[in-house]
Design a protein. Structure first.
Lengths: 306, 273
């Protein structure tokens, strides 16, 4: 297929060349219309974020009496941030620390397991491998929240609910991460390379650490980022597992602040909810922007096999 | 593998076990066989919640995937100015937690200090209340679309990148226009990604929970305790203590999801061959 295409191109491009000197397939003509159309989607994606950013600069009163997409006369971003961090004895900071703990332990552990598991499944053959594959694919398809209620009941019998373990242990398993790592490792680490390393007398562990890990790096970053997002944004699992606000992650905490407005006698703190939301999403957006080179190549490689 | 068994296999087994029993005030825990299933399958609340997510699935998923596909094709065509900017920006909402997304949109929908209220003031018109019972599903659909358009776009885009450019060149030399290239080369090439994204979206729709749960405090009248099957199961077990019945509902939804996902996969793969 590839050879015929190439030869066809070679013969025909001779006549076609003059016409397409400037606009080749690799560098087509830029289209203003298409750019404008895509801009509509871009605006759709950005408006809520801009609204959030602008609203975070407003005081409670400013929120109610100024236009949503422009700044109000009193610029109170700094006082909002200060108040968010100190409200309720610094609950926000504590939730932030909790979230970081869940992300580091949960997403880090999930990535480690996915890398080891995916690498093992891709590079070693053992009996029952097909069965494992079927189970992993099945696991991707099972709705995660359907498992939450029984998991909760089990954990409560083990006495694990209301502790950080209840959030960390379930996040350790990421069928999607395992699947991505598996397909990635199959392609990224050539069998010849492993052969050569083994010939040179390197043990399995050393081969893995010194050769395979380097090849797997983009895949690892991708899995890490996606499990990080999943953990950072997790709401359902902590919602059922945790009753004690002391262990809340940010998502639960923000929602609790929001609900405070609708309870009787509760103080409405919409400006803090909005500023807190902004502070919650900033770390992830920064992580995605800085690591985009890695995760985009990782995702591309992962999709080859699909 | 131990952890895998602990968090994955054990809950499935346990929930099947639970769904076969019933805890009553008199008589305690007793084996009731499929009675819970019979009850769930005739439960109007369950079916109303199921119909709601089914409607959501049929309307929201095609819109979301359609937009995602168009944007992916537009970015891949290389005819945009500043395409990496588009790619990263449209993807950005994915990094926003469902909680924050729902709160933001919820506030913006709200007539009090949201954008809807602003538009009403500015143009002196009365818009429908997006948090009212008749509009809430569309409002949630918008939130979910906003969150996942970029993610799906990136999946499609990654798949498009893998297609060898020599195919396009050959097609162009043979006189095929852009639309024909899209129709006969690009779409078939990313069929796998399309099927995967569809399956994930179906699973996501059936599991819908976060957005209604968070919007409930902003729109208490519009969201009932059986708004989605998942929400229903949650309410049953944590407000009503009916763990057995909740497990039953969860299992039924899980089975339906897997069947639908499997059918989609079969259809998608059959077309490929």
């Amino acid at each position: 297929m590839a050879t015929t295409t190439l030869s066809a191109r070679a013969t025909r491009s001779v006549q076609a060349a003059p016409r397409r000197r400037h606009h080749t397939v690799d560098r087509p003509r830029r289209s203003v219309t298409l750019t404008v159309l895509t801009c509509l989607v871009l605006i759709y994606a950005l408006v809520p974020l801009v609204w959030l950013l602008i609203s975070a600069t407003k005081s409670q009163a400013g929120l109610f009496d100024s236009f949503g997409l422009w700044f109000s006369s009193d610029f109170s971003l700094w006082s909002n941030i200060k108040e968010t961090l100190s409200y309720d004895d610094g609950a926000f900071v504590r939730w932030f620390v909790n979230t970081v703990l869940y992300v580091v332990a949960g997403a880090g552990g999930a990535t480690l397991l996915a890398v080891l598991g995916g690498y093992g499944l891709a590079k070693f053959s053992f009996p029952g491998k097909r069965a494992v594959f079927a189970v992993v694919i099945g696991a991707v398809a099972v709705p995660g929240t359907a498992l939450a209620v029984p998991t909760f009941l089990m954990f409560s019998q083990l006495g694990l609910t209301n502790t950080p373990w209840a959030v960390i242990i379930p996040t350790l398993i990421s069928p999607f991460g395992l699947y991505l790592m598996w397909t990635f490792a199959t392609d990224a680490v050539p069998a010849e390379l492993l052969e050569a390393a083994r010939m040179d007398g390197a043990g399995e562990l050393r081969t893995f650490l010194q050769i395979s890990l380097r090849q797997l790096a983009p895949g690892i970053v991708t899995v890490l980022l996606f499990t990080m997002v999943a953990t950072w944004n997790n709401y359902f699992l902590p919602l059922i597992m945790l009753k004690d606000p002391h262990w809340y992650p940010l998502t639960l905490g923000l929602n609790a602040w929001n609900q405070q407005a609708s309870t009787v006698g509760g103080q409405a703190i919409f400006n803090l909810v909005i500023t807190g939301s902004l502070l919650t999403i900033l770390p992830l957006i920064i992580a995605f922007l800085f690591l985009q080179r890695y995760w985009q190549s990782g995702l591309t490689a992962g999709s080859v096999k699909e | 593998m131990i952890i895998f068994a602990l968090v994955f296999l054990a809950p499935i087994a346990y929930s099947i076990y639970l769904s076969l029993f019933r805890n009553q005030l008199i008589g305690g825990n007793s084996f009731v066989g499929i009675a819970n299933y019979r009850e769930a399958l005739t439960d109007p609340n369950f079916w109303s919640s199921f119909a709601r997510v089914a409607l959501f699935l049929v309307v929201q998923v095609p819109i979301m995937l359609g937009i995602a596909l168009l944007v992916a094709l537009a970015i891949d065509s290389g005819r945009l100015y500043g395409r990496s900017f588009f790619r990263i920006t449209i993807f950005m909402p994915y990094a926003v937690p469902a909680v924050v997304a729902s709160l933001m949109w919820g506030f913006m929908y709200g007539p009090r200090f949201g954008l809807v209220g602003n538009i009403e003031d500015a143009f002196n018109v009365t818009l429908p209340n997006l948090l009212s019972p008749s509009w809430i599903l569309a409002s949630i659909g918008n939130i979910v679309t906003w969150e996942f358009v970029g993610y799906n776009m990136l999946i499609f885009y990654s798949a498009l990148r893998v297609v060898s450019p020599s195919l396009y060149e050959a097609a162009e030399i043979d006189g095929a226009g852009q639309w024909r290239i899209i129709r006969y080369i690009k779409i078939p090439a990313i069929r796998g990604a399309l099927v995967i994204a569809t399956i994930f979206s179906i699973i996501g729709s059936f599991q819908l929970f976060n957005e209604p749960s968070i919007l409930k405090s902003l729109a208490p009248n519009a969201i009932t305790s059986y708004f989605t099957p998942n929400f229903y199961a949650y309410t049953l077990s944590f407000a009503g203590q009916q763990y057995n019945y909740a497990a039953t509902v969860a299992i039924i939804m899980g089975i339906i999801t897997m069947v639908v996902a499997y059918v989609v996969q079969l259809r998608g793969m059959r077309k490929e061959s």
